[in-house]
Write a protein of this length. Structure first.
Length: 234
């Protein structure tokens, strides 16, 4: 059995793009750290934005892998967390909740029944594939708390505890790094010219994010195997 999921394998390939930007900045820094500082900063800022995007994409892809495995392996719905069903249909359920006029409420309920009624049941597996796009809706800016809340969509409530047990003394540094990465990315996106890191820091951030995602893959994969189904490819 593979130790990691296909989502993590894809992440490792995608992180090579971040490493290319970091190495380019390091090369320019060795050549002329002062004269090429604008180019160095540009490469480092691009690497930070890309690294944050890769982290976000990895978490979403891990959810896709889990949902696809649940459907393909015919997992019975009676053991799935109630909130998973909500997140599969939250866009339509939100429309029902926000409607006030009787005719709008009725129209929203009919839209929900026409679209998602086959998903809502406690007997047997899902008769149709759940939409991972709709399930992932609303997840962005992957701070640690948002990632923890994302896994709770599946009913995984002990993510922080399990991650801490695996990472031990590295747990808090990694959590802080995830939050710092998102904060720095947001500063860059909002035009803060001072929001950058030197090449060596970008390299360390990349290594830490890789470690964090590897640990996340391990604990979420183990939880899925115990509570839903195996999500790691053979």
């Amino acid at each position: 059995m593979s130790r990691y999921t296909s989502a993590y394998s894809s992440l490792l390939q995608q992180l090579k793009e971040v490493e290319i930007l970091q190495r380019d900045a390091s090369r320019r820094e060795r050549e002329d750290a002062v004269g090429l500082r604008r180019e160095i900063n540009a490469s480092c800022r691009a690497a930070i934005v890309l690294l944050c995007a890769r982290l976000e994409g990895y978490i979403e892809e891990l959810g896709v892998v889990a949902l696809q495995s649940i459907h393909m392996k015919q997992v019975s719905r009676d053991g799935l967390a109630p909130q998973l069903f909500y997140h599969l249909s939250k866009d339509l359920l939100k429309e029902v909740g926000e409607a006030t006029a009787p005719e709008r409420i009725a129209a929203s309920v009919f839209a929900f029944l026409d679209s998602d009624l086959p998903l809502w049941g406690r007997r047997g597996p899902f008769p149709v594939a759940p939409s991972s796009h709709r399930f992932n809706e609303g997840f962005s800016n992957p701070s640690f708390d948002k990632i923890r809340a994302y896994f709770n969509r599946f009913g995984y409530a002990n993510y922080s505890r399990d991650l801490g047990r695996l990472l031990k003394a590295e747990y808090m540094p990694v959590v802080n790094l995830v939050n710092h990465l998102v904060d720095t990315r947001n500063q860059i996106a909002h035009g803060d010219a001072a929001a950058t890191k030197p090449p060596r820091d970008v390299h360390q951030m990349t290594l830490m994010i890789r470690k964090y995602c590897g640990a996340t893959d391990s604990v979420f994969g183990a939880w899925c195997k115990s509570n839903m189904c195996c999500i790691r490819s053979a």
